[in-house]
Ligand binder design. Structure first.
Ligand SMILES: [Zn+2]
Length: 145
């Protein structure tokens, strides 16, 4: 391609962008089929990759709310399977229910929101102790998080 062609491509960026946008819409079924085939052929490695990514996000968020350590701020428990996010003022169950932020979604959301205040890293033992100490019960009488 000569220099005129390069200039033409750059000056028509918006049009090419529109062209590819339309192309994607026109070929949606083929693209989905191709995507699905690729996913089926790489399912196992994708699951491993997703799990690894989710664990890294969880660890990053828990480290932030653990004051620089991925550990419970009360007792120091640091096994990743034992620690999770605690809503400092309670009502974690209500927040999860109302927002739909269960599982990894709460960690992604906290990160996306720039680590808002009101959360801390606690192990499950310390979370249960805190709930009893603060009498954090849901309306149905079940201890909430
Ligand atoms: Zn603890």
């Amino acid at each position: 391609m000569n220099s005129t062609g390069v200039i033409m491509v750059l000056s028509k960026y918006e049009k090419y962008s529109d062209y590819y946008k339309q192309y994607r819409l026109d070929h949606k079924a083929e693209r989905n089929e191709c995507s699905n085939t690729w996913y089926q052929n790489h399912k196992a490695e994708q699951k491993v990759r997703a799990k690894k990514y989710n664990l890294s996000i969880k660890q990053e968020v828990l480290t932030h709310y653990g004051g620089g350590k991925c550990a419970c701020v009360r007792c120091g428990e640091s096994r990743l399977a034992c620690v999770s996010i605690d809503h400092i003022n309670g009502n974690g169950t209500g927040h999860r229910r109302d927002s739909g932020l269960g599982g990894i979604k709460i960690y992604l959301w906290l990160r996306q929101q720039g680590y808002p205040d009101g959360y801390q890293t606690l192990c499950m033992n310390c979370q249960f102790v805190k709930r009893v100490e603060n009498e954090e019960y849901a309306p149905n009488g079940v201890v909430s998080g």
